[in-house]
Design a protein. Sequence first.
Length: 539
Amino acid sequence: MGGAAKASGMLDVYGGGQPLAFSGLDGPTDYHHGLVLRTAAAGTGLAVVLPGEARIAISDARPTEALLAGDFFELTTPAGRTRGAFLDACHLLMEGPCAVDGADGAVAAVRRGDRTLVASAARVDRAKLGADLDAATRDRRAWLRSVRLPPQAPARRARTLAKALSILKTQVCTGEGRIARRWTTPDRWPHRAMWLWDSGFHAVGWRHIDPDLARETLEAVFDGQRDDGFVPHMTAPDGTSEITQPPVLGLAAQLIEQVRPDRPWLERVYWPLARCLQWDLVHRDADGAGLLEWRTEPSTVCPCGESGMDNSPRFDGGELLDAVDFNAYAAAECEVLAGFAERLGLAEDARRWRGRHRRLCRLINERLWDEAAGLYMDARAGTSERTGVRSSAGFLPLLCGAPDRRRAERLAAHLHDPETFGSPVPVASISPAEASCYAPDMWRGPMWVNVNWLIARGFDRCGLADAAGRLRRRTMDEIERWYERLGSLFEFHDAGGEVPPPQLDRKGPNDPARPYRQVVHDYGWTAALYVDMVYASGD
């Protein structure tokens, strides 16, 4: 890597659960047959998790030296030096001590001398045992070396940034099936597919490294868009979901345009962005009263996947709610689209979007602000009765500019109040004061980097730059702390600052044998928004 990344100590933290895969930046990926592996939790080794299963044992001991990127590695243990690199989407070539066992019919392993080739059984090419591993490793290093880090980044920040960039690289996939262009995934396992709001956050990070790729991956989300404007929350090469997700793609497009304006691209994406938001405004206002409600499901595990806050106590009652976050996102998108329309000479569109922005902000303040609590809250649809659940969503109207200065300052004060949101690691997804429902489980208490990033932007917008800066620094510190200890950038973090992320619950009791019941390692938007905070802040 350029700049500080040439220093020693980069990508040198080994920890269990780190995924490895081939990047779409280096060649075609393969959704159904591509290899995905994870580092072993005990000792040193790898576990193949896609397209089947196998175990690769290297040593019972942890490595004494490690270079561990998302698509190549070199690990020194008491058994010797073992190195490896992806040759393509379906072949991993290794050299040095290792033993493969437990391979099922979807995974093949071939050994010759000190070389081992692990491959998708459906694509295995045994001749690749003789490939030039030095060249493969050099090729995998090339992109990382080409990225210049901010020259002023402290060593700890530069080390974590190198890890974040490695994560972003291996989460790029090439066009396949119904997705026509390069796209990104929240994680190569277990989610694998393309998610709506994740893709927007990924593009925000990529804008600093490769604005053209940021544009392409954001536009890929619209490969799943229906004729009526609906955008599914998940699109895979072979299918889509039937719910949507928070509308943040306009915000991502706006931030990409700030780095490198591109009017032809803006003209191309304005219309699908407008159709997507219009679908939300028409189809998610069930009572016709002007505020939007997420679609909920009769599930105790994930009652509101559409909101992105899947298992939040906000949705435990199964009620239709005028959702504070949905309306904040929608209002912010209206404002963004108004700005786009003005740039494109669409005066009537700009007028209409600005009117919608003002109306949503007014309704948010009238119906969702709780004066006694000093926080925005969901309200039961068709009434002005607020639920009383204090969640991180209550800060999000900052994003669209709904609160006046007094309300914004009351929101900021919560981050210093141990009785509400003044937890050691802000911002808790549910206030610890909600004792009946607060838990170290996904959206029921832990801190999420994407929500912190949004709240910080909102504080900046409302003139509270100090509050924004403190929140960003605390968020980056927590990401860095756990990377140094465990080698991963995690999906969410304990708001109390005590429980290691891999021990947190996820939609029920933590279960390492079930991928959706454990925190995801090397999560895409944690990496992407960390990149954005570092590059944008200049710290």
